[in-house]
Design a protein around this ligand. Structure first.
Ligand code: 5GP
Ligand code: ZN
Length: 116
């Protein structure tokens, strides 16, 4: 397992060094509300281990990635989203990634809020 990056804001959230509105936590994953939501419900699902981007994963991460994706419908149900939702993983500079700790955006709630 990769160790935490002391300069990484999401590692600090995992460590409890900065606060977040958590909606799910287990030994591998953490999910919390995005600080600047693009949608009525906008959560981020992250692995607790520091993986910078989706481009850094290998076959050893298959199960972890599967769990991240599988958590999305569970969280949306938990948060009362009934009309569907959107999942996004921005990867690298051309992918618009701003925080370099792998995270999946999960966004739901009544439209319109995000075209395209
Ligand atoms: P990216 O552009 O890297 O895919 O998305 C990063 C996301 O992290 C953004 O939507 C941004 O609002 C969110 N974010 C950045 N810093 C924090 C923080 O300290 N706390 C929370 N909850 N979200 C954050
Ligand atoms: Zn990190």
């Amino acid at each position: 397992m990769s160790s935490a990056d002391p300069n990484c804001i999401f590692c600090k959230i995992v460590a409890g060094q900065i606060p977040a509105k958590k909606v799910f936590e287990d030994d591998q994953l953490l999910a919390f509300h995005d600080i600047a939501p693009w949608a009525p419900v906008h959560v981020l699902v992250i692995p607790k281990q520091h993986i910078a981007t989706l481009a850094d994963v290998g076959p050893e991460h298959d199960a972890l990635l599967g769990r991240m994706l599988g958590l999305a419908p569970q969280l949306m149900k938990q948060l009362g989203v009934t009309g569907g939702f959107r999942t996004v993983i921005n990867t690298g500079p051309d992918g618009g990634q701003e925080v370099y700790h792998l995270h999946m955006h999960v966004m739901g709630g009544p439209r319109p809020w995000a075209k395209g």
